[in-house]
Design a protein around this ligand. Structure first.
Ligand code: NIG
Ligand code: FE
Length: 412
């Protein structure tokens, strides 16, 4: 079964299979082929090149992409799309002057979502979450990481992870699951942090590992949430069960979470709105991918990750949505790419690299996703006819996606 795409105005992010991430000055380079073709076979990219060298094949399906761009679909390496209900009231409370922190201190925030999640049935959560997943697939996301963390009970966390597993079984999109039991301390453990950490380590983790429900272990390392020491304990326990760390750090305060993540070889450290010079320094020459979440900065009106400083220091950077009910009720990677350009002063090339190849790296799938490379998954975006790829971040409110292909098939 071969599908041929012809007359592609520009094929973006063409890479050799040895390139698994791009850092520093390399991020400014987006290799492309103008006037290109691409062949898909068995769900994978099997060939591509210039239209001048179009091979003589007999495809089952031919797509004419005249005037359109083709690029790898977005790799969204940080989301919380499995949740119940919404937090619209907190949104309005913030408009009326309360801060995210004040809302959390009143028992809102993550605990509000945890209450809703524990009250909802697994079926209800699945139905709400699948709608969000389909929504992001239609706007170009071809791989997604999804976290637990709104259960905060043994049953609730397992329920969330089973929903993630079911989504992965029922949809062609690649899904990585992250266990985030250490998202917040439930009220009954407010004065007994050790008790909750024991619950995570002794009851949640063994059950999750036994049922192979997670790939990564996460913790919200932040003032008022998990200390660096607690985060290290959680990472260490996760590693014992084969889960690689991938953690929330530096959202509101720089307290040493980045250094802890590096110490435990985290695949990524995410948020990074508040960065001290030593945080940037620590990330140099490590395998840990820094991940920025600009729509969270936008929604909460908090600082944006200092992308320019980080790239100037030679670091790589990935972009993700953080889709969740509290800090980022949006899973739109197109908006993330545009916001990174507009607010973080990333160039279109840097933002596209960060949202494809580096995003894939941040969820451990850059050998199979994130670039136009022979043998990688045919997870592709075909744009509407546009003058150049600058249009993607420039026309930030427009839907410029014509067709989404996941594992070689058009996703409608
Ligand atoms: O990544 N920062 C921690 N967790 C989420 C938000 C959680 C919530 O408010 O529900 C985030 O922003
Ligand atoms: Fe998050």
């Amino acid at each position: 079964m071969k599908t041929l795409i012809i007359n592609i105005k520009e094929l973006l992010q063409v890479r050799d299979s040895s390139i698994l991430k791009v850092s520093g000055a390399e991020m400014a380079i987006l290799p492309t082929i103008k006037n290109a073709y691409l062949v898909i076979q068995n769900g994978l990219i099997s060939d591509f090149g210039s239209m001048d060298d179009l091979p003589n094949i007999n495809p089952e399906k031919c797509i004419d992409a005249d005037g359109k761009m083709v690029l790898p679909s977005w790799c969204d390496s940080h989301t919380h799309i499995v949740y119940a209900g919404n937090r619209e009231q907190e949104f309005v409370d913030r408009i009326n002057g309360l801060t995210y922190e004040e809302i959390a201190n009143r028992g809102g925030g993550i605990l509000n979502s945890a209450k809703k999640l524990n009250e909802a049935t697994e079926e209800e959560i699945y139905d709400q979450s699948k709608n969000r997943l389909e929504e992001v697939m239609r706007i170009g996301t071809g791989a997604v990481e999804i976290k637990s963390g709104y259960g905060l009970t043994v049953d609730g966390e397992l329920k969330m992870l089973r929903v993630i597993q079911r989504l992965a079984q029922n949809y062609p999109i690649t899904i990585k699951a992250t266990f985030l039991g250490a998202h917040a301390f439930p009220l009954e453990y407010a004065a007994n942090h050790k008790g909750y950490i024991d619950l995570i380590i002794n009851e949640m983790l063994p059950e999750i590992a036994k049922n192979k429900l997670a790939d990564y272990i996460d913790a919200f390392c932040e003032t008022g949430y998990f200390t660096v020491e607690e985060t290290e304990q959680i990472m260490e326990a996760g590693i014992k069960y084969g889960l690689k760390p991938k953690i929330h750090v530096n959202q509101f305060n720089s307290i040493g979470g980045i250094q802890a993540g590096i110490k435990y070889k985290a695949i990524s450290v995410d948020h990074l709105e508040i960065m001290k010079p030593e945080d940037i320094e620590s990330l140099k020459n490590t395998e840990t991918m820094p991940v920025a979440l600009p729509s969270c900065s936008y929604f909460l009106s908090i600082p944006y990750t200092p992308a320019r400083e980080m790239i100037a220091a030679g670091l790589p950077l990935a972009l993700a949505t953080d889709y969740n009910p509290g800090s980022t009720p949006s899973g739109n990677m197109n908006f993330v790419v545009a916001t990174a350009c507009i607010k973080m002063k990333m160039t279109p090339e840097e933002a596209i690299n960060a949202a494809t190849l580096n995003g894939a790296y941040a969820m451990g799938i850059s050998e199979t996703h994130g670039s136009i490379t022979i043998g990688k998954k045919a997870n592709l975006i075909i744009t509407k006819p546009i003058p150049s790829y600058y249009q993607l971040p420039y026309a930030f409110g427009s839907n410029l996606i014509d067709t989404v292909i996941i594992e070689g098939k058009i996703f409608a």
